[in-house]
Design a protein around this ligand. Sequence first.
Ligand code: FMN
Length: 200
Amino acid sequence: MDLRDILKRRRMVRHYTGEAIPRETLERIVATVRRAPSAGFSQGQRLLVVDDQGLLADLAALAGNDDPEVEPWFPSAPAHVLVLTREADYHERYRSDDKLQEGEEIEWPVPFWYVDAGATLMLVLLTAVDEGLSAGVYGVPVEQDPAWRALLSIPDELRIVAGVTIGRGAPDPLWSRKTSRATQRRRALDELVKWNTWSS
Ligand SMILES: Cc1cc2nc3c(=O)[nH]c(=O)nc-3n(C[C@H](O)[C@H](O)[C@H](O)COP(=O)(O)O)c2cc1C
């Protein structure tokens, strides 16, 4: 599929048919992590794919939404991809000789480990669309983070940045519309993009 078509089709889908996604398809989607940029080629991104029925049910139970007004997001998702980051990879890389500045690790302009995780997240979303599938991003609430880590054996050195559900899209006419362009205006391009100086 052409990139422009993929971008047009990409939107968060929070309801799926429940049809299982072949392992090879998920493998192609997550293999894109190796194509993601990373600061200094630190490669701190990690992906955890969850397609085990028992764990999927456990995640749905943890998310715990049984509001009939809301699409059954997690219960209908046949796979999750958790985007994780290992911050230590960045510190280790930037303490290499070619990265040290006056013998010190740089002062980080922003936490590049989250930037790279975001870039990876986008590759997962776009590749899912390219595979004819739909995807939805979620954050793990801070108070639930320990339970997710325990369930999925995620070590302390990895931080959960976000999760992505992947599946064959089903209609989502209800709650999903509230946080989307179906009900909220997109900011105008000239509000988002400036040329040459921000005061232009
Ligand atoms: C980092 C991140 C976290 C998000 N967390 C949630 C979430 O917890 N629940 C949710 O319903 N949507 C979540 N979203 C999806 C956004 O609400 C969605 O991208 C936005 O409304 C724009 O809609 P679109 O992606 O369909 O264009 C998240 C998106 C991002 C990038």
